[in-house]
Write a protein that binds this ligand. Structure first.
Ligand SMILES: [Zn+2]
Length: 99
């Protein structure tokens, strides 16, 4: 499985680091489901808000990303989709021929 492409303060993290974040989030879900954060109003509210933010993160962590050039869906972790990479190679070949 390709992991989500995650940038932290301008640095693209490795796939192993991205996997670590995904696993940490899922373990936090297990913790919240098993233990919660206390039965008082504050604890229940905090648990609810964490679960809502986690659902947003899951949507991003598990979805296909879009190619920044053509906007087609592509695997996470790639810079461009296969089609755009092929087009770039063809364009470079054309430029080389014209020189
Ligand atoms: Zn593309």
């Amino acid at each position: 499985m390709k992991e989500a492409r995650i940038e932290i303060n301008g640095t693209l993290i490795t796939e192993a680091m991205s996997m670590t974040i995904r696993v940490a989030v899922e373990n936090f879900v297990s913790f919240l489901e098993e233990n919660g954060l206390g039965d008082d109003e504050h604890g229940l509210r905090m648990r609810q808000l964490y679960m809502e933010r986690i659902e947003e993160l899951r949507t991003l962590l598990l979805r296909k990303v879009r190619c920044p050039s053509c906007r087609r869906p592509m695997d996470p972790g790639r810079v461009l989709c296969n089609r755009c990479v092929s087009l770039q190679v063809l364009e470079k070949d054309e430029e080389a021929k014209q020189k």
